[in-house]
Ligand binder design. Structure first.
Ligand code: HEM
Length: 142
């Protein structure tokens, strides 16, 4: 029973986390379309900060805590699929941190990537999520 509640919570926060990861680079694209230092640019800084504080950071922590609790509950450490999933999730966590640091750079008025590069970057979470879901549902490689 506890396993099912942990899994429901895990999936709920995965959905929130992924939604935030899809939205933030989109916000960056719109932000960079506004003139640096304009009132519109400051509005985007505020929106990005709120998305990170209210959705992204709490969901990241909840996904990790509930995921590790699930792993402990069912004992998956010997399985190859789990280690592959963990490697992808660590990559997704690094991507999250990269976005958070890009938001801080944008707030300082630095624009390090072009709109096209940001749109390309936005493909990363979708691809990672697809691979993670195949690993955890189909469990190839045992
Ligand atoms: C943050 C580290 C994570 C850990 C430690 C973790 C661990 C786990 C574990 C142990 C399970 C139970 C597997 C089973 O019952 O066979 C699970 C289920 C699941 N995880 Fe994660 N997970 C993490 C992140 C993610 C992410 C980022 C996604 C999606 C992008 C995800 C998607 C899922 C899904 C969809 C299930 C349900 C699979 C099913 O019921 O068949 N997890 N996770």
């Amino acid at each position: 029973m506890i396993y099912l509640w942990l899994k429901a919570g895990h999936i709920i926060f995965v959905v929130f986390w992924m939604a935030g990861l899809f939205m933030l680079p989109r916000f960056f694209v719109y932000h960079q379309e506004a003139a640096a230092g304009s009132p519109e640019a400051s509005l985007w800084v505020e929106r990005e900060g709120k998305l990170l504080r209210i959705i992204l950071w709490p969901s990241l922590v909840a996904v990790w805590v509930l995921g590790l609790a699930l792993a402990y509950d069912i004992g998956v450490w010997a399985h190859v699929w789990f280690h592959l999933k963990l490697a992808l999730v660590i990559g997704l966590t690094a991507y999250h941190c990269l976005l958070a640091s890009y938001a801080r750079a944008l707030a300082r008025g630095e624009r390090q990537l072009t709109g096209r590069q940001l749109r390309l970057l936005n493909e990363v979470p979708g691809l990672a999520a697809a691979l993670i879901i195949v690993l955890v549902v189909v469990k190839p490689f045992n």
